[in-house]
Design a protein around this ligand. Structure first.
Ligand code: UD1
Length: 422
C-alpha cells in the first residue's frame, strides 16, 4: 500500500452527537468462517463485517477451493469443493487467527498444513495450546521450515485440561472435536462470548455441544454437519471503542444495537470514570459529559474480566481526566504501543513492564502518530478527536483490520476525519 493511502487526518475538538449502528463482530465472524469448512455446501453469515481480516479469511477459503460471494452484508461460503488442505504462509503470515483453520482442516480432510501464523505485534503470541489440544485429539503434528503439518484420519474424543485460558485454543478444540469420534471434554476453557457464538453457529449446523460460556465444554462428535446460517452479533470491542469516543469528547451518543450483556467489565470502568449510560428499547444511550475521574487500577483479564482489546482505548480516555490512573496488562506482554504515540499528542503515560501509569488531564494537540496494531490504532484516533488541531495517523490499515467504517461512523457523529488532506 502507498504510504499516503495508509493515512487519515483527524481534526480534533468536535463534540459528538447522534446515533450509530455497531458492525458485526470480527472475533465472532472469523471462527464461524473456519467452521463453515465443516459443511460440504453453502453456509451464510448474515451481517458479516466487511473488514480486512474477514477478506483475508475469505481469500483463504477461496484458496482452499471454496466459492464465496457477498449479498449486501451477508457472506455466502460454498465449501462443497474446498478440498485443498494447505494454507500458504502468504495468508497465515498476515493474520494470526488463521491458525484455528488447522482443527477445521483436520476434521474435514484428515490433514492440514499451515504456514506459521503472524498477526498483530502485541507480544509473543505462541500457539502451543492450539497444538496441545489437536495432539490430544489424535493429530500428529510436525513443523518443518515454518510449515505446520497435521495429520489424523479421524480425530478421537478425549479430555483436555488447558494449562491456561485461551480463546483461540478453546475454539480450535471445539472445531476439532465436533466431527471427532466420541465425546470430548475441554476443561479450563476461555469463556469469551465469541466462543458461545461459535458454538451457537455449530449447533445450527447440527453439532452437539454443551457448556460453552463455562470453563468446561462437552462436545459429542457427529458424523456430519449441515449448512450453517446465522446473524453475526454486534462487535463488543467496536461498541466499547465508540463509548470511549463519547467519553473522550465528553459527548452524548446512542448505540442502536449494543451487544447484550457482553460489556459489563468495561462499563464498570466507564462508570468509575464518571460515565453514564442507559438502555432504552434495545438502544444504549451513552453520556460521556461527566467523565472526569481517574481509575486507581485497571487490570485486563480473561472474560468476564476487563477485555485487553479495550485497554488502549480506555488508556486514551484516562489520559484526559485529571489525576493518576494505573493500568496493568495481564493478557499480552507487549500491548502498550499506543502509549508512546499518545505521548506525542501531549499525554503523560509511563510504561514499565506490565504497568502503565497515567497522569491525566494534559491538553492534547495534533501530531503525526503511527498505529502499530489494531486497537492501539483506534486509541490514537480517539486521542485525536479531543486534540487541538489536526492529527495525522499513519498505519490506518491496521485499524481497518477490525473497524468496518470508523471514519464514516465518527463523521456521522460530528467528527472531522478525512482520508485525504485538503
Ligand atoms: C483473541 C482475540 C483477540 C483478543 C484475545 C484475548 C480473535 C481473533 N482474537 O485472540 O482480539 O485480544 O482473544 O481476549 O478472537 N497463548 C498461549 N498459547 C497459545 C495461545 C495463547 O500462551 O497457544 C496466550 C497468548 O499469548 C496470550 C493469552 O494466551 O497471552 C491469551 O490469548 P488468546 O486468548 O489465545 O487470544 P487469541 O485467541 O489469540
Amino acid at each position: 500500500m502507498n504510504g499516503l493511502d495508509d493515512r487519515i487526518y483527524i481534526e480534533g475538538g468536535h463534540q459528538l452527537k447522534g446515533s450509530i449502528r455497531i458492525q458485526g463482530s470480527k472475533n465472532a465472524a472469523l471462527p464461524m468462517m473456519a467452521a463453515s469448512l465443516l459443511h460440504r455446501g453453502v453456509s451464510v453469515l448474515k451481517g458479516c463485517p466487511r473488514i480486512a481480516d474477514v477478506f483475508c479469511m475469505e481469500e483463504i477459503l477461496q484458496n482452499l477451493g471454496a466459492v464465496t460471494w457477498w449479498e449486501n452484508q451477508d457472506l455466502y461460503m460454498d465449501c462443497e469443493n474446498a478440498d485443498k488442505w494447505s494454507v500458504p504462509f502468504l495468508f497465515t503470515g498476515k493474520m494470526r487467527s488463521s491458525v484455528i483453520l488447522l482443527g477445521a482442516l483436520l476434521a474435514r480432510n484428515g490433514k492440514g498444513s499451515l504456514g506459521y501464523p503472524g498477526g498483530c505485534v502485541i507480544g509473543k503470541r505462541p500457539i502451543d495450546l492450539h497444538l496441545l489440544v489437536l495432539r490430544k485429539l489424535g493429530a500428529v503434528i510436525t513443523e518443518e521450515a515454518g510449515l505446520l503439518m497435521a495429520e489424523c484420519p479421524r480425530l478421537q474424543g478425549t479430555v483436555v485440561s488447558f494449562p491456561k485460558r485461551s480463546v483461540g485454543a478453546t475454539q480450535q478444540g471445539i472445531l476439532g472435536a465436533v466431527l471427532a469420534e466420541g465425546k470430548t471434554v475441554l476443561e479450563n476453557c476461555a469463556r469469551e462470548p465469541e466462543i458461545q457464538w461459535l458454538c451457537r453457529y455449530l449447533r445450527s449446523m447440527g453439532a452437539k455441544i454443551e457448556g460453552d460460556g463455562t470453563d468446561r465444554i462437552c462436545i459429542y462428535g457427529v458424523e456430519r454437519l449441515k449448512a450453517g446460517s446465522m446473524q453475526v452479533p454486534p462487535d463488543r470491542i467496536v461498541a466499547g471503542t465508540y463509548i470511549c469516543a463519547a467519553a473522550i469528547t465528553r459527548s452524548q451518543i446512542t448505540l442502536e444495537n449494543p451487544p447484550e450483556g457482553e460489556l459489563e467489565a468495561f462499563l464498570e470502568v466507564y462508570r468509575k470514570m464518571g460515565g453514564q449510560y442507559k438502555g432504552n428499547s434495545g438502544k444504549l444511550l451513552v453520556n460521556g459529559e461527566h467523565v472526569q475521574k481517574p481509575v486507581e487500577l485497571l487490570e485486563t483479564a480473561v472474560y468476564p474480566g476487563f477485555p485487553t482489546d479495550l485497554q488502549s482505548p480506555v488508556m486514551a480516555v484516562l489520559a484526559t481526566v485529571k489525576g493518576r490512573s494505573c493500568i496493568r496488562e495481564n493478557v499480552f506482554e507487549d500491548r502498550y504501543k499506543a502509549a508512546q504515540q499518545l505521548v506525542k499528542m501531549g499525554a503523560d503515560i509511563r510504561v514499565q513492564g506490565k504497568e502503565a501509569v497515567i497522569h491525566g488531564g494534559k491538553e492534547f494537540h495534533g501530531a503525526i502518530v503511527t498505529a502499530w496494531e489494531l486497537r492501539g490504532g483506534a486509541a490514537l484516533i480517539l486521542g485525536a478527536l479531543c486534540a487541538k488541531g489536526v492529527t495525522v495517523l499513519e498505519g490506518y490499515s491496521y485499524v481497518q483490520r477490525g473497524y468496518e467504517h470508523i471514519c464514516q461512523d465518527l463523521n456521522t457523529l460530528g467528527a472531522a476525519v478525512k482520508r485525504m488532506q485538503e
